[in-house]
Design a protein around this ligand. Structure first.
Ligand code: HEC
Ligand code: HEC
Length: 390
């Protein structure tokens, strides 16, 4: 998966989200099982588990090339995560700060491998890394969302997550050091509440949204001053972009036409919708909490197409992770959306298609045509084949 960090603030554009099959995860039970539940709905694996796909420039056999193409047109990324690298990191994130400034950060190996992972960290050290972004050696992480919300996690949830990471199978996978044009800062320490709120109630919903799941991040709007207008959608800073390819490798090559991160041909840009439409006075006010919960967990949209059919939601909505959410949590979130007051904000089409015109797609997202640095970091001019010549 790639995230593209857009210029004005440290805000993210998800390019494509990979999904993890977690089986039945348990919201109760021992700490490591509760941690597995939190890690699943928190979509840690979307960033920490790489897909098992070779870069096209390295896909040398016909089989490898076929797999490349399938992955790029098949929205079920479940099928494509590398089971040999669960939580072993190495997913690259291109961070674009401005036309001339960029960086590359790879997700960490968070399995308990002793040399390449976090095997010799104590649970308290893991908690500091999750909550504050401070590593045992005193260095700080580059925290982008959702890491920026983890400072709000309750102590019991932090402990469960740490216990879960400790319980993972250790996998050896050395991660390239990150490359950033500025120093990183840890979060300001603040006390954690001892226990996360539980139950189908607004406190639980707010807790989940502020500490773990990114509903607000993806469905809010940052105005030109950078102020967040929660839940009204259509963010110019956080679109979900199919401009660039996603995978364990660098961006789209020139010869790669007809692919996008979403199951649509060509290049696409997708915006999170206005969720206040489900609230009081909104056109989606008649939609019930169970219907919203279905959208969250099963990716079945609530807006009907011209034939009256519900539309499947792009998997960037993370429903492949949310499908293990308990009824209580999914309904608490749905009730919360119903309690919002409608704020008119027409985001127009959620999905914009650009065919093969990636420059136009780039312009839609970043407001300018790609600079020479953009061309380089996103590989817009193609990448040389790394296959042996025969
Ligand atoms: C949007 C992508 C993303 C998501 C989602 C995400 N992480 Fe991370 N995480 C990263 C990146 C990237 C780094 C490395 C940052 C750096 O090197 O500065 C990281 C670093 C870490 C580290 C530090 C490890 C080390 O060796 O320094 C821990 C621990 C961690 N993540 C745990 C989690 C947990 C637990 C979750 C889910 C609750 C999670 N992450 C979700 C992207 C993500
Ligand atoms: C990574 C970004 C992201 C996150 C996190 C996210 N969403 Fe979404 N969501 C989207 C996008 C993009 C769409 C539009 C998908 C489409 O049109 O195919 C969407 C669609 C939806 C819809 C469907 C609206 C309809 O048309 O019926 C609902 C409901 C929704 N999101 C609620 C939530 C809730 C609740 C959360 C938190 C649990 C959440 N979303 C988290 C990006 C996100």
């Amino acid at each position: 998966m790639y995230l593209i960090l857009n210029s004005r603030k440290t805000r993210l554009a998800f390019i494509l989200i990979t999904a993890l099959s977690s089986g039945n995860v348990n919201a109760q039970g021992p700490a490591s099982q509760r941690g597995e539940y939190l890690a699943t709905i928190g979509a840690c694996a979307a960033c920490h588990t790489p897909p098992a796909v070779k870069e096209l420039s390295q896909a040398c056999t016909p089989e490898e090339q076929a797999r490349e193409t399938t992955v790029r047109s098949n929205p079920d990324w479940f099928a494509h995560l590398d089971p040999a690298k669960t939580m072993a990191g190495g997913v690259p994130f291109i961070l674009r700060f401005s036309a001339t400034s960029s960086g590359l950060v790879q997700s960490s190996n968070i399995t308990p491998d002793m040399t390449t992972g976090i095997g010799n960290w104590s649970e308290a050290q893991i908690i500091d890394a999750i909550k504050l972004g401070i590593r045992p050696d005193g260095s700080s992480l580059f925290r982008f969302a959702p890491h920026t919300f983890y400072e709000n996690l309750a102590q019991d949830d932090l402990q469960s997550l740490a216990a879960y990471l400790k319980s993972l199978r250790p996998i050896s996978n050395a991660i390239q050091p990150r490359n950033l044009p500025f120093p990183t800062q840890p979060a300001n320490p603040k006390p954690s509440i001892p226990q996360a709120p539980q139950g189908r109630n607004p406190a639980r919903a707010e807790y989940l949204m502020n500490a773990l799941v990114g509903c607000k991040e993806c469905h809010s709007y940052h105005d030109t001053s950078g102020t967040l207008q929660p839940f009204i959608g259509g963010d110019p800073i956080d679109p979900f972009v199919g401009v660039f390819r996603l995978g364990p490798d660098l961006p789209l090559r020139q010869n790669e036409k007809g692919w996008s991160a979403f199951p649509y041909p060509g290049y696409a840009v997708l915006y999170g919708g206005n969720l206040t439409r489900f609230g009081q006075g909104g056109d989606l006010e008649p939609v019930t909490p169970p219907q919203i919960a279905r959208a969250i967990r099963e990716g079945v949209g609530t807006v009907l197409d011209q034939y009256g059919r519900p539309q499947p939601l792009a998997h960037v909505m993370l429903w492949q992770f949310y499908r293990d959410m308990t009824d209580t949590d999914a309904l608490a979130l749905s009730d919360y959306l119903k309690s919002l007051n409608f704020i008119p904000h027409d985001i127009g089409q959620r999905l914009r298609l650009f065919g093969t015109d990636r420059e136009a797609a780039f312009k839609q997202v970043f407001g300018t045509l790609p600079s020479s640095n953009d061309r380089l970091i996103f590989g817009l001019d193609g990448m040389p084949s790394q296959c042996p010549k025969n």
